[in-house]
Design a protein around this ligand. Structure first.
Ligand SMILES: Nc1ncnc2c1ncn2[C@@H]1O[C@H](COP(=O)(O)OP(=O)(O)OP(=O)(O)O)[C@@H](O)[C@H]1O
Length: 226
């Protein structure tokens, strides 16, 4: 069914809400390493797929497997620490950046807080900044750091660069690529096909709640560079 190369396996997943199917027999595999992009039109079910991965959503039928375990059998709170999510509109909580990071990991040491900032490409002077007075790109990095401080195995990004200008979005892409070098697995929902071709190893295309295609982009990019 699944092997150690699989991060997530979706097996004929149906998610139905009030008679409407958000997912309609979605089957796909997201590898345990690198970046998997989820691409598709608005309303096709991309966010629903992310929400299944940390049990904010449960399948009406079908199964989701994470690293060989049935997600339905895992403790949701523990799973959410392993599978962290940055939402569509990254919103820091009122308080300092330090306060924000501590909400995710109340026991974190100063060194752990600084490490999370550094992985999100922010230096330690950010700890005392007012988290409600940040630009869109800064708020996004703070939200990534807040997710990383809990040391997840997977980072899920839901359209995290859609509101950013191109330079800021490119710099964020670079940061996420660096994160995967430490073994972090990333699931990245994007409307921007070109962006996914720059960063993703695999792109899953979703249409009307089903997997329309799954492409190994990394291999394609590599052969184009040769
Ligand atoms: N809380 C909800 N209750 C009922 N239906 C919902 C809910 N959230 C989403 N849906 C419906 O489920 C379907 C899939 O939504 P989903 O948000 O997963 O799509 P998406 O591909 O992420 O869309 P977008 O790109 O616009 O964010 C849509 O038809 C949507 O209207």
């Amino acid at each position: 069914m699944t092997d150690e190369l699989d991060g997530f396996v979706f097996d004929e997943v149906v998610v139905e809400r009030r008679g409407v199917r958000a997912l309609d027999g979605f089957s796909a595999r997201a590898p345990a390493r690198g970046i998997t992009g989820l691409f598709g039109p608005s309303g096709s079910g991309k966010s629903t797929v992310l929400r299944l991965c940390n049990r904010l959503e449960v399948p009406t039928s079908g199964r989701v497997w994470f690293r060989g375990d049935d997600v339905g059998a895992l403790d949701p709170l523990r799973l959410r620490r392993r599978v962290g999510m940055v939402f569509q509109r990254p919103t820091p909580f009122p308080g300092t950046v330090r306060d924000n990071l501590l909400t995710a990991a109340p026991e974190a040491t100063r060194q752990q807080l600084e490490q999370a900032l550094e992985r999100a490409a922010l230096d330690n002077s950010w700890l005392e900044r007012d988290a409600t007075a940040l630009s869109g790109g800064e708020a996004q990095r703070v939200c990534v750091a807040r997710t990383l401080v809990a040391e997840p195995e997977v980072l899920m990004l839901d359209e995290s660069t859609s509101a950013l200008d191109e330079d800021v979005a490119r710099s964020f892409e670079h940061t996420v690529l660096e994160l995967t070098r430490d073994g972090l697995m990333v699931l990245w929902v994007s409307h921007d096909r070109a962006q996914l071709e720059r960063v993703a190893d695999v792109v899953i295309r979703i249409h009307a709640g089903r997997c329309a295609a799954s492409e190994a982009i990394g291999r394609k990019r590599h052969s184009e560079e040769m």
